[in-house]
Design a protein around this ligand. Structure first.
Ligand code: HMH
Length: 213
């Protein structure tokens, strides 16, 4: 029986929980998150999404014909998303020309490293990255202002459909993968889970220096 996205979630529930449930997100839900923490996330996630867009472009480049349509739709949504990040940053007077923090940089380097991975590995990582936000932003329950639109961006039904299509495409690629490629896909899934948890923690911890002493 071949590896599937569902099997990965069932095999590593603890790692996936850490990726999708974090005090950052529950703090958005309860209104206790500090603006510094949210603004750090916003700026760093813009840097992330710019490189993520490049990653999706590389996945498209090696995708089979019948997977192109879904990936093109994803790239279309990312075009809108990058403009939206710029608008949100401008509303908050944030400087998007900020350097990557080390955790964001590690995630960006991981995405770049996938360029030489087999398509089954790249498509599994792509699904995991999108599913992490699809779940993460929805699990706490309805988000109050100003976080509602952020939760909706990754929690809306259209995005959920897109994530399900990405899972189906990754499963299709994994169906013909040998055990070495399966092992690489599994490692990529776990790496995404770790990096997601670290990314939330990076933003959550960012208020600490101002609150210290
Ligand atoms: C860190 N993971 C991170 N940022 C995002 N915008 C996404 C995933 C989108 O799925």
């Amino acid at each position: 029986m071949s590896l599937t996205c569902q099997t990965l979630l069932q095999t590593y529930p603890a790692a996936w929980k850490k990726a999708t449930i974090h005090p950052f997100l529950t703090g958005c839900h309860s209104g206790t998150l500090q603006p510094t923490q949210f603004n750090t996330w916003l700026v760093q996630d813009f840097l992330f999404v710019k490189d993520f867009t490049r990653m999706v472009g590389r996945v498209l480049a090696v995708a089979p014909d019948d997977h192109i349509d879904v990936l093109l739709a994803g790239l279309g949504a990312l075009k809108d998303e990058l403009l939206w990040f710029e608008a949100k940053a401008a509303e908050r007077s944030l400087n998007l020309a900020t350097p990557s923090q080390p955790t964001c940089q590690r995630y960006r380097e991981f995405m770049a490293s996938l360029a030489i991975a087999p398509y089954a590995v790249q498509s599994t990582a792509l699904w995991a990255i999108e599913y992490a936000y699809n779940q993460g932003w929805q699990l706490p329950g309805p988000m109050p202002a100003p976080y509602t639109e952020f939760a909706d961006r990754w929690g809306n039904p259209g995005f959920t459909d897109y994530v399900n299509l990405l899972a189906a495409q990754a499963d299709a690629a994994l169906a013909s993968a040998n055990s070495s490629v399966e092992a690489q896909a599994e490692a990529a899934f776990l790496r995404v889970a770790d990096l997601e948890a670290a990314f939330w923690q990076m933003a959550f911890a960012s208020g600490d220096e101002e609150m210290g002493d």
